[in-house]
Design a protein around this ligand. Structure first.
Ligand code: ADP
Ligand code: MG
Length: 480
């Protein structure tokens, strides 16, 4: 079915368009980006989705929307159904891994062992000592934070998918979502979700042996085992767990021998159908020098991204965290916090702690004035200086445009709107003048820049979708 003039395929495309109109942009992109209408008959419309996790979720959430969309387009009531495309789920723990490629032949061993880096994690972890901690055994309690549970995790569009797959893994460990790879920048809840899975699994099965380590621990223990000639014991221990959870796997970057070792640990557990759960600050293919065979393995299951929460979610998080500590926050304080602390949830928690302690010291109730004073040192650091080059790169990347197009004199809408957004961001985030911004964007007049900035500001105020995009771009630019 290739021809766009095939009336049926045209109907199918229009049904998806009608679905798109009914959903928030983010929702559509999360769930329908990889979906297509496989079949349309008089009785039903069948939407193909990549895996059975998505099938189950979408059946629950979107059956109504799809059949309404089909009704709109075909004029007849049609039942909606979701089907795993190709008839089979992607690789599950039941199906064998692909045969080794020439790539899988172990690489020559690097001449030196990687240096052990000092432990940097705030989480109470037994790794800081030079002597490696005892092996993860069934009797040793895991270093879990008691409140890093699903109940304490606030869900919003930025983390909905990651949360949903984490839940699915906690409910059915080792199913087709194996491995689970969660990634996102710092302070967005990766460790929280990893631990929530552990809590939930241990609640159901307290004797399960979970190997929970930071990648840094993994590295340190491995290096130490090599030094002590004890690699066999190290291997045996990790390959005998029922489930392996490694936090901050991006720590494998540039560590060739540890990658090698991890590769074998991974294979061993994967072939035993043991759940493997990983977190990272970057997508698999963005971890520097990560071996291609690890990149591909990390994608065998589900890869889910955590993005910075949007303002509504930040407000919900502030409210929830305040409630948990019995703190009363007036609504204007909640809003002030959520709009001024944008980068990540950890900073929001820091802001809340500052406000709480100031109120305690001054022995007065929390109001906006107190909140402003308490957060002043934190906010003084904002806005982080952002270069116009980075703005342009980020905008080009987001809209899938070439940098040169954004800076060119092209006036087609697909280029000029993103360019206006870039100009608006440049005005918001840099101290460049209108003339300087105009110069950068192909020598445009300053009045053109002013028009672009004002027009974008209006559009951002009026359109939810654009506001979210613009806010997200701005948050991302400020975050680093
Ligand atoms: P990461 O591992 O991604 O750097 P963490 O999981 O350590 O981030 O999260 C940082 C802090 O923010 C933790 O205290 C965590 O409980 C909290 N946090 C992050 N996301 C959420 C959320 N969606 N709801 C509630 N708390 C969150
Ligand atoms: Mg973490």
């Amino acid at each position: 079915m290739t021809a766009s003039n095939d009336p049926r395929s045209d109907l199918q495309r229009r049904i998806l368009e009608a679905v798109r109109r009914r959903l928030k942009k983010r929702q559509f992109e999360t769930w329908f980006a990889r979906a297509s209408v496989l079949r349309l008959t008089e009785a039903e419309v069948v939407v193909g989705v990549p895996n059975s996790f998505q099938q189950e979720w979408m059946t629950k959430e979107f059956t109504g929307v799809v059949s309404q969309a089909a009704l709109e387009i075909t004029g007849a009531p049609v039942a909606a159904r979701f089907e795993v495309e190709g008839g089979a789920a992607p690789r599950s723990a039941d199906s064998p891994a692909p045969p080794p490629t020439p790539h899988d032949v172990p690489a020559p061993v690097a001449p030196a062992v990687e240096p052990i880096e000092p432990a940097r994690h705030g989480r109470p972890a037994p790794a800081a000592a030079p002597v490696p901690p005892p092996p993860p055994d069934a009797t040793a309690p895991l270093p879990l934070q008691p409140h890093y549970t699903f109940d304490h995790f606030v869900v919003g569009p930025s983390n909905q998918f990651a949360h949903a797959v984490a839940r699915a893994v906690a409910d059915h460990p080792g199913g087709e979502n194996n491995p689970l790879f969660l990634y996102g920048s710092v302070g967005l809840g990766k460790t929280h979700l990893l631990q929530a899975i552990c809590h939930e699994i241990l609640r159901r099965n307290p004797t399960l042996r979970i190997g929970y380590l930071s990648c840094e621990q993994f590295t340190n223990e491995y290096v130490s085992a090599v030094q002590r000639n004890a690699t066999e014991a190290f291997r045996a221990r990790l390959r005998n767990v029922d489930m392996l959870v490694i936090d901050d796997i991006h720590f494998l970057a540039n560590k060739e021998r540890t990658q090698e070792e991890f590769f074998h640990t991974f294979n061993s557990l994967y072939h035993q159908r043991k759940p493997i759960i990983l977190s990272s600050d970057a997508a698999p293919n963005e971890i520097p020098t990560l071996q291609e065979r690890l990149v591909s393995r990390f994608r065998w299951g589900v890869v889910a991204q955590l993005e910075p929460p949007e303002v509504e979610t930040r407000m919900a998080i502030v409210r929830r965290k305040a409630e948990q500590t019995g703190l009363q926050l007036p609504p204007d304080v909640v809003e002030f916090m959520a709009t001024s602390v944008r980068n990540n949830v950890r900073e929001l928690e820091g802001a809340l702690a500052s406000i709480r302690s100031r109120a305690a010291i001054e022995q007065r109730p929390i109001d906006l004035t107190l909140a402003r004073t308490a957060l002043e040192p934190l906010l003084r650091q904002e806005p982080t200086p952002v270069s116009i080059e980075r703005i342009t790169e980020t905008v080009a990347g987001h809209f899938g445009l070439k940098l040169s197009d954004l800076r060119s004199s092209k006036r087609t809408k697909s280029v000029s709107q993103p360019r206006q957004v870039a100009m608006w961001l440049a005005r918001e985030l840099t101290s460049l003048s209108l003339v300087e911004i105009g110069d950068y964007f192909g020598g445009r007049d300053h009045t053109t820049v002013l028009y672009a900035v004002e027009r974008t500001a209006d559009r951002v105020a009026q359109h939810d979708g654009l506001r979210q995009t613009a806010e997200r771009l701005r948050d991302r630019l400020r975050a680093r």
